[in-house]
Design a protein around this ligand. Structure first.
Ligand code: TXA
Ligand code: MG
Length: 343
């Protein structure tokens, strides 16, 4: 299959939106930009189209998709909300939508089982990206869109990265530029709770715990026994093809002299422990010099891809401060290293 790329720059915006809507209406899949990562979209109400998303991504059918809506009010068409839950949802939408925030809520029957992997809940988000919003609005239906990478791999934060992941497997990529949040949305399962709303944090992301706490009690779910019980919490995920090591402390790194190593460094600073430790073949810095966590978040998946493509035998990653969006960065690094750790 030939993969077309259309630029949604000011000149091409309308044509790109029309082409994407045309494909989605015809039951095809299209890669779309959001502020977090690129998504592989399909009309969420069309089971056959959604099946194509699973196929292109090689995603197991037990891992449900997020649906994207264009307006806050539309949540009532896809979710079954009691008046009490509706009130909490309104507060969360006012605070975080449009934006990198996803709510898991009881679903209405219009949402096909294939979207939710048979669960009674559905994950819903309203992106702030102008291209995604325009396409969603024009289509007039929710768009199911997981990240536009093959299953388990690094999420794409540019159209070029999508092409590397899914080129030849999908008909169309809409290029809306680089993603400016860089990490996937925060996912929260919303429940009423006794005194305050309960926000079960299923995935850390750009909306951080401190912000969520203003609205409800943030609860970190226990590790699931079986992954089918808690999709989205897969331990090994976001993984480069190259082995990636995340050590507790720099001294734990014992290089094998026959291998070449790349370093994923936070600031490129010696006091973080790794930069002077070894004669690295390649170094990628997430926030050179400054050490700004939001900048590191934006660059994380890009830098991981660079290291993966550099040809080194192994990657060593520095973790970052466990505060704010640093929590989500460390979460992605831990999962990216899980395959290597368990090998
Ligand atoms: O930023 C994002 O959220 C991006 C952009 C494209 O919107 N999307 C994204 O989708 O990251 P995906 O499919 O790669 O990750 C969504 C996660 C999955 O791990 C899935 O298991 C979880 O959300 N999820 C979806 N529906 C769920 C549900 N009903 N209950 C629990 N987890 C759910
Ligand atoms: Mg994903």
């Amino acid at each position: 299959m030939e993969t077309e790329i259309l630029y949604a720059d000011p000149e091409g915006f309308e044509d790109a939106v029309a082409a994407a809507v045309g494909k989605l209406d015809a039951g095809e899949v299209v890669a779309l930009p959001t502020e977090t990562v690129y998504g592989l979209g399909a009309n969420a109400l069309d089971e056959d189209a959604v099946a194509k998303v699973f196929e292109a991504k090689e995603r197991p059918s037990f891992d449900p998709l997020i649906i994207h809506i264009a307006q806050r009010e539309l949540i009532r068409e896809v979710c079954e909300l009691s008046p009490e839950l509706d009130a909490v949802v309104q507060q969360l939408m006012q605070a975080f939508w449009p934006g990198p925030f996803t709510m898991v809520l009881p679903k209405k029957s219009v949402i096909p089982d294939i979207v939710t992997s048979g669960q009674e809940t559905v994950a819903v988000r309203m992106s702030e990206h102008p291209v995604m919003r325009a396409i969603c609005k024009e289509l007039g239906k929710p768009i199911a869109a997981p990240s536009a990478n093959r299953f388990g791999r690094i999420s794409p934060t540019s159209a070029g990265a999508v092409e590397k992941e899914l080129g030849g497997r999908i008909p169309l990529i809409i290029d809306g530029g680089a993603c400016n949040a860089g990490l996937e949305s925060t996912i929260v399962r919303v429940e009423l709770g006794e005194k305050r709303p309960e926000l079960h944090l299923l995935r850390a992301g750009p909306i951080v715990k401190e912000e969520l706490q203003k609205i409800g009690k943030v609860i970190r779910p226990k590790k699931p026994k079986k992954i089918e019980e808690a999709p989205g919490q897969l331990e090994s995920h976001y993984a480069p093809s190259t082995p990636l090591y995340l050590f507790e402390k720099p001294e734990d790194f014992e290089p094998d002299p026959s291998l070449s190593y790349g370093l994923l460094s936070y600031r490129g600073a010696a006091k973080d422990g790794y930069i002077d430790l070894y004669d690295w073949d390649v170094v990628e810095e997430l926030s050179p010099g400054k050490g700004k966590l939001p900048e590191a978040a934006v660059r994380l998946f890009f830098a991981l891809r660079q290291l993966d493509e550099s040809g080194v035998d192994a990657i060593v990653a520095e973790s970052v401060a466990e505060t704010g969006i640093g929590v989500a960065i460390n979460d992605r690094l831990r999962r990216a290293s899980a395959k290597t750790r368990n090998a």
